[in-house]
Design a protein around this ligand. Structure first.
Ligand code: ATP
Length: 214
């Protein structure tokens, strides 16, 4: 089993997340990608984050009927702050040693990884697939990996990935740049501007019906 995990606040999920997941799934031939909303995100201001249940429900609706993508409530149902290290361990135990876990993450989030709980333990546990986002570039990644993660990583320019003698690999991937963020959607909502074609229609309907982000 080649399992992809895409964690995030998903406040709300948008087409940038979904297109990224579809492209990464295909490029890395993953069996599936689980989209995992955090219960209590450790790195975000809590004020304008809607409930974990609403965020999970929007993820569920967004991936309904989409091949290879699934919503996971593993962090929402775990009490307390959501730490990625615990989520990785959970899936490692659940799927066993024959499975490979690929943690999918945007370069913006990856460049803050040194602030995550037990972040150095993440790299022996899962491969990382780091995606560019509009306005982010891989140039500085090399220094970051060597300085903050491990000097033992070796960069392979032809395949644009880092290998380590004992740990998992870090892959870099260029995806279609959809300059959409959840912040933009919340801002639109607070200005009464339409959010059509930024989120799936079914998510738009959910947000409007429940009067979220107003
Ligand atoms: P916010 O605007 O509230 O900070 P966000 O749009 O960045 O939210 P998150 O839920 O924080 O969304 O993102 C989850 C993951 O998806 C992160 O790894 C992030 O880098 C990635 N991601 C978010 N938006 C995009 C996008 N448009 N293209 C590619 N990756 C994205």
């Amino acid at each position: 089993m080649r399992l992809g995990l895409l964690g995030g606040t998903f406040n709300p999920i948008h087409l940038g997340h979904l297109r990224a997941a579809v492209e990464v799934r295909e490029a890395f031939n993953l069996d599936r990608i689980l989209l995992i909303p955090s219960a209590c995100p450790p790195h975000k201001e809590i004020q304008d984050v809607v409930s974990a249940e609403d965020r999970l429900e929007m993820v569920r609706l967004a991936v309904q009927g989409v091949p290879f993508l699934e919503a996971s409530g593993v962090e929402v149902s775990r009490p307390g702050t959501s730490f990625t290290i615990e989520t990785l361990k959970y899936f490692q135990d659940h799927f066993g040693p024959e499975s490979s876990i690929y943690f999918v993450i945007g370069l913006d989030a990856f460049s803050e990884i040194a602030t995550w709980k037990s972040y150095k333990h993440l790299f022996p546990t899962a491969h990382f697939i780091v995606m560019t986002r509009p306005g982010t570039y891989f140039q500085d990644l090399k220094n970051f990996v060597f300085a903050h993660i491990s000097e033992e990583y070796k960069y392979d320019i032809s395949s644009n990935h880092y290998t380590h003698p004992h740990w998992c690999s870090i892959f870099c991937v260029e995806i279609t740049h959809l300059d959409i963020s959840a912040t933009q959607i919340r801002t639109c909502m607070s200005h009464d501007s339409p959010i059509s074609f930024l989120v799936p229609r079914i998510v738009e309907d959910y947000i409007l019906e429940r009067k979220l982000y107003q």
